[in-house]
Design a protein around this ligand. Structure first.
Ligand code: MOS
Length: 744
């Protein structure tokens, strides 16, 4: 039913509202009688709160309440294991323990934001430090890291002959490379800080709060406050960036809701930029060791990839299992325990870090073999999925065009002009280098619910309790609705972003824009709901006395492109509903996924080709151009899909060259918790980025042929940059970010 055309490019339906400031984000909501909460955070990393003197704060102008562990707002712990892992298993204010620097230990509520902030500064705290040493050094914690309990990150050991240990298989390989790759912790730093406005009316709670999943958000808030989830209404039409940081619910929103209940007034809590670094989750630090063994002609024989993170979902060792064919695999991830702010998921968890290590190691192997890096990758391209613990069976790939990504990318970029030997090309004071890498992201989709409603005015409402975290999901929803119904996009009115829209409460816990599953999830839900709405429309057409189809058999009435026909009779749905004086006909349905979705392996792919220029005197590396070719099935909207890929590449540029959260090992404090010292790429760092989509709809996955791509370009792009830096300078930097001091 859906035609895919990578060329189709639709402006965001909410674009005008966003660029004119008309779009209301959570903190923009001003309600009558609203009061403001400001967080108080700990100034030590580990210990017990001995005392909190709140007298001065309570006496300060405008202060309404001061909540502390001694006088808390009660919050119940999360039940869902995913939430316990990606969020905070222990809610703040529920005990006197301090588990990390910058933990929430109080909330001051006042008539104005400024009064709350000033009073928060008057709270005096004394602590009893714990005697045992602080675990804030990742390098030290990594030494004691352990393999987690199932089901998390279980080791994978494949032996071609069933007996030869990996080290023997490596020793038997004609060529080996082995290296350690490190990357620092990273912060989410979405433009919109975590913030919430909460209001109670009787037993019902309304929360305005930016989230990647309004229904999951409602569920978590309800659980924490001990109320029914159906009495919590989350309103989140606009989200200023999420990247995984707004999947689970962080304490500022829970505290706003609890304070609003306690005070009987609407409460707003906005997290400051500095507080965001500690009271919401960040990406773990990693260390990884990769050893590759290959034959002289470049066939991989053994891959040993061992990684350490301190977040259970951040498993970096799975990437090779999606990319390359090797008869021997040894993949082990260990988890370190630390006294630092909570780590959570961030764009392409596991794959972001794992691809940096693996794709740099592949470049090192190509150098060792004297082989072109594209040829090495092409030679080892996987054709059937590994039976990893997550998949257990060996499945054919449904639609895999990674080799075409390499070919098209190399041509568009001009890869044939690359000089294999490092430091061979200069341009004035710049050393010029080229690098490439592969990207991959396993596909996922959730079973969501959607509603499709035909209206008498000739438009159709399409709705689901999902989120648009800035990706263009709302526009994609309009397009998917239009395609499912065969009508123009401008006749579809899409709605997302509140928990009152259709939700599949019985389905997946992650009912939102996560796992790059947003568009695929909506595609199946809308397809199913459109089918049912068409059935309901035909049933209405034959049943209603005023209808031209009245009394006919439903089988004889057909729907096509917004028009009902039977024999010579033909009526657009708008006219039908006007004639029958019916406001709308709708269906709300839980998605039916395609059976084929169980019979194949699905992933999206990318190839990156880039050029960097390194100043020979200062060591400053700059990305000067990049070509990315993407195989992600059908592209619903080329305009916003391109933005997603570009956004991921810019994050990868940060990963490669800039981002570095400085956790002080002796205090557990993040020393650069601000946007002046925590470096992010800005416009001046980003050259024109060439993005090309291949056109291979994956209709085994869903009718629209769509796979996810939101997180894809955070996988592999940093390695391409690091490989280009090596080609430019001859210096192999394996500790990110690649700062000037490492190049001179
Ligand atoms: Mo993504 S880290 O699943 O929001």
């Amino acid at each position: 039913m859906v035609t895919s055309s990578p060329g189709r490019s639709v402006d965001r339906v909410d674009g005008a509202a966003k660029v004119t400031g008309a779009a209301k984000y959570a903190a923009d909501n001003r309600l009558p009688g609203i009061v403001h909460g400001h967080l108080v955070t700990s100034t030590i990393a580990r210990g017990t709160i001995r005392s909190m003197d709140v007298r001065a704060a309570r006496a300060a102008a405008g202060v309404i309440a001061v909540y502390t562990p001694a006088d808390p707002l009660r919050l119940l712990p999360p039940q869902n294991p995913i939430i316990q892992i990606a969020g905070e298993a222990r809610r703040p204010l529920q005990d006197r323990e301090v588990r990390y620097h910058g933990q929430i230990i109080g909330l001051v509520v006042a008539e104005t934001f400024e009064q709350a902030r000033d009073a928060a500064a008057l709270v005096r705290v004394t602590y009893r430090p714990h005697g045992d040493p602080l675990r804030a050094s990742f390098a030290e914690a990594a030494r004691d890291a352990v393999i987690p309990d199932p089901p998390w990150s279980q080791p994978v050991y494949f032996r071609a002959d069933g007996v030869t240990p990996i080290d023997q298989a490596l020793a038997n390989s004609q060529v080996t490379v082995s290296a350690t790759y490190d990357q620092p912790p990273k912060q989410h730093n979405a433009m919109e800080p975590h913030s919430a406005v909460a209001m109670w009316e009787g037993g019902r709670l309304t929360v305005y709060s930016g989230t990647q999943g309004p229904a999951l958000h409602a569920l978590e808030i309800a659980e924490a406050l001990g109320v029914d989830k159906r009495n919590v209404h989350v309103i989140s039409p606009y989200v200023g960036g999420g990247f995984g940081g707004k999947v689970v619910t962080w304490a500022p929103t829970l505290l706003a809701a609890a304070a609003a209940r306690a005070l009987g007034r609407p409460v707003k809590v906005v997290t400051t930029r500095e507080q965001l670094f500690t009271v919401t989750g960040h990406r773990t630090e990693f260390t990884q060791q990769v050893t590759l063994g290959a034959s002289r002609d470049g066939r991989l024989n053994a891959v040993k990839h061992e990684g350490v993170s301190n977040m259970l979902i951040e498993n970096p060792t799975r990437v090779v299992g999606e990319l390359y064919d090797s008869p021997n695999l040894h993949l082990v991830t260990r988890i370190a325990t630390m006294d630092v702010p909570k780590t959570t998921i961030m764009r392409a968890p596991g794959y972001e870090a794992g691809s940096f290590a693996l794709e740099c190691a592949m470049d090192e192997m190509a150098g060792e073999l004297g082989m072109d890096p594209v040829e090495l990758r092409t030679k080892n391209d996987l054709t059937t999925s590994y039976p990893l613990p997550e998949a257990s069976e060996r499945l054919p790939f449904s639609s895999r065009h990674l080799k075409e990504c390499y070919q098209v990318g190399a041509r568009r970029f001009g890869w044939s002009r690359r000089r294999a030997e490092p430091r061979a090309v200069t341009d004035g004071d710049r050393l010029v280098g080229m690098g490439m890498a592969s990207g991959v992201l396993p596909a996922s989709q959730f079973v969501a619910a959607a509603r499709v409603r035909f209206r008498a005015n000739g438009t159709v409402n399409v709705a689901s309790a999902n989120a648009d975290l800035g990706t263009g999901a709302l526009t994609a929803l309009a397009i998917l609705g239009a395609d499912s119904l065969g009508i123009p996009v401008d006749r579809v009115k899409p709605a997302l972003g509140t928990s009152l829209l259709p939700v599949n409460w019985e389905g997946d816990a992650m009912m939102g824009a996560a796992g790059s599953a947003g568009t695929t999830t909506l595609a199946s839900a809308v397809h199913t709901a459109a089918r049912d709405a068409i059935k309901a429309l035909i049933a209405h057409a034959v049943a209603h006395e005023a209808s031209p189809f009245h009394g006919m058999d439903t089988e004889d009435v057909h729907y096509e492109r917004g028009v009902l026909t039977a024999g010579a009779k033909s009526t657009p749905f708008g006219r039908l509903l006007t004639t029958t004086r019916t406001g709308g006909i709708e269906a709300t349905t839980v998605a039916e996924l395609k059976e084929e979705a169980d019979r194949y392996a699905f992933a999206s792919y990318a190839a990156y080709f880039c050029e960097v220029r390194v100043d020979r005197w200062t060591g400053e590396a700059r990305l000067s151009r990049m070509t990315t070719v993407v195989d992600a099935g059908a592209i619903v909207n080329a305009k916003t899909a391109r933005s997603q890929i570009v956004g991921g590449i810019i994050m990868s540029l940060g990963q490669a060259l800039l981002e570095d959260a400085r956790l002080e090992a002796d205090t557990g404090r993040i020393a650069n918790a601000n946007l002046a010292d925590y470096l992010l790429p800005v416009n001046a760092d980003v050259p024109p980025l060439d993005v090309h989509f291949l056109d291979h709809p994956d209709t085994n996955y869903n009718h629209a042929g769509v796979r996810g791509l939101g997180e894809l370009s955070s996988v592999g792009a940093a390695a391409a940059i690091a490989n280009a830096v090596y080609n430019a300078t001859g210096v192999r930097v394996r500790q990110l970010p690649i700062t000037p001091d490492k190049l001179i």
